[in-house]
Design a protein around this ligand. Sequence first.
Ligand code: GLA
Length: 675
Amino acid sequence: MSDNSRMDAFRACVGGFAFGGDYNPEQWDRSVWDEDVALMRRAGVNLVTLGVFAWASLEPEPGRFTFDWMDEVIDLLHANGVSVDLATPTAAPPVWLTDGHPEVHPVMEDGETFGFGNRLHFDPTSPRYREHAARITTALAERYAHHPAVVMWHISNEYGPVPYTPQSAIAFRAWLRRRYGTLAALNDAWYTRFWSQVYTSWDQVNPPEIPRSWSNPTRRLDYKRFVSDALLECFVMERDIVRAHRDDVPILTNFMRFYRHADYWRWAAEEDAAALDIYPDPGHADSHVSAALNFDLMRSLRGEPWLLMEQAASGVSQWRVNNVKRPGQLRLGSYQAIAHGADSVLFFQWRAGRGGHERFHSAMLPHSGTASRTWREVEALGRELPAIAEAVGTVSHAEIAVLFDWNAWWGLTETHGLPRNDFDYPAVVTDHYRPLLQAHHAVDMVNFASDLSGYRVVVVPNAYLVDDRFVEELTRFVHGGGTLVCSFFSGVVDADNQVRQPAYPGAFRELVGCYVDEYWPAREGETFDVAFADGTTTRADFWQDSIHPETATVLASYTSGLLAGRPAVLDNAVGAGRVRYVGTRLAPEALRDLLVAAVADAGVTPLVAGAPPHVEVARRHSPDGPHAYLFLLNHSETETARVAVPADGLDLLAGAPTGGTVALGPLGVAVVRTG
Ligand code: GLA
């Protein structure tokens, strides 16, 4: 089916979409386990993630392992047809490790030691931490690698944190030596003659001590890159231990929504599948949009199906107010992940805990047990999912790509000293993504290393920092007939965070067809009137590029403010392609119209015609078979929607032909097979 044989083997073992969640039997008496497996069978659970934070229960003293309970629970699960995603427990070091070796604790950005009592209280650069993580991983792999229930390995959990310790300084220097080779190259890249920061010995180079004052922006940027790599080294170390014992099952870890400390493009390349934990806030009507973006990102990281590793059955417990999911929202969010390429619906967690910080986090099996709405919805979903089992492993195709690159993110938000220092990169990208989602387009996310040749439209939101390779790829893409939509303050600096000369927008001057002599952040509350050449008017705020067209034509100009009469939006023909450049932050409706027009002009058609914006649409198709699967998701809690679909469509959940139209109730879902 695909060239990922480990994931193919996993799908074959699980037999359809994986359904289940984190299971923490170490928190419960043995007598509860029998009820657990009986209810898992009832709900159609076929996979649980075991042992995520169980280090203290598996190794209560250094080198003394207590595997009896784990042996018993894995056998019990296996006997009941439930497969295991076995976790290494290294996200929660036991107290004997941190008390015995205090250097395992990370020192955080503010200089405070991250003490015992939470989780993730480890410095990823600590040799002692790595030694102990390797020992427990080896012991687990030796014991369970060939257990028939174990079909996947889950390394640690949601990797973090960011250390500022003496040992992280040593590791940072080694990383910098690999990157730059010589101190002279580092001094050049970091522009250290500014403020007399020239280094004359490697020992002088330290992590940026952020809270104390401003610091060198390239040093900060490199520290972000380094920390991502240092965390990844921990993953790779454990992965390789498991791999040495078992080579044919997937090994991965779980990612987080918009996590700024790890470059997931680099990470996903080291894993057998991307996997995501997602907790859209049921109290926010828009939260499904950023969920969709994160799902598309997961699919794009490897261009393959991915795993929904955790979601909440209802409310979480970590926010100020933790709203419940409305009836139907659990089902809707689960199909939404599948629509964007997930091959699993997994939850944190199976059974709600009695104690601990997350005692009020929802679970598949709530405190109130089976006499609960949530359980009924979980059970119904587990029974329904086999109806679409044929769609597992299917892929997606998009003609539109949106840039989501961690270096672009770090440059814009983590290095300070910009004309304005309040950019929110995930929000900026989401603002460019939302109109495309709501216009029912399929969208991939790309990074600086991506091949753009398969796309018709590439959207580059506020990419202040871009590397040379991406500039070349984007230039080739546009010259070859592609459409680029690029927003203000893009192309400004190189990968070393140094301003590209001789004029803004540096890397994109030829593509955009203008130069910008100054960047003008808006005053607090300031807005600008904008008029398009076709007579439509709108507003803008936040920022103005002071644009001087060279080869571009003006699509819209300011009609108020100091830049009245000057260009706000440009259109430039380049080779066989074209570029729309947006030099300000347009009102959302104006940005929407511009994006939708740009993709229509580029010949991209939506997945369905005429559906309202609150109905989300995504499509998966078999890589080599005849079928496509159209997912229709109604995010309105009050409105019903009717959507036209191909006449030959079969509604798999209803088990009936569509006759060309699908009616979706509030929060309703349909999965339509065509072809
Ligand atoms: C994360 C973690 C889980 C749990 C949930 C709570 O995803 O991996 O252990 O803490 O958050 O929402």
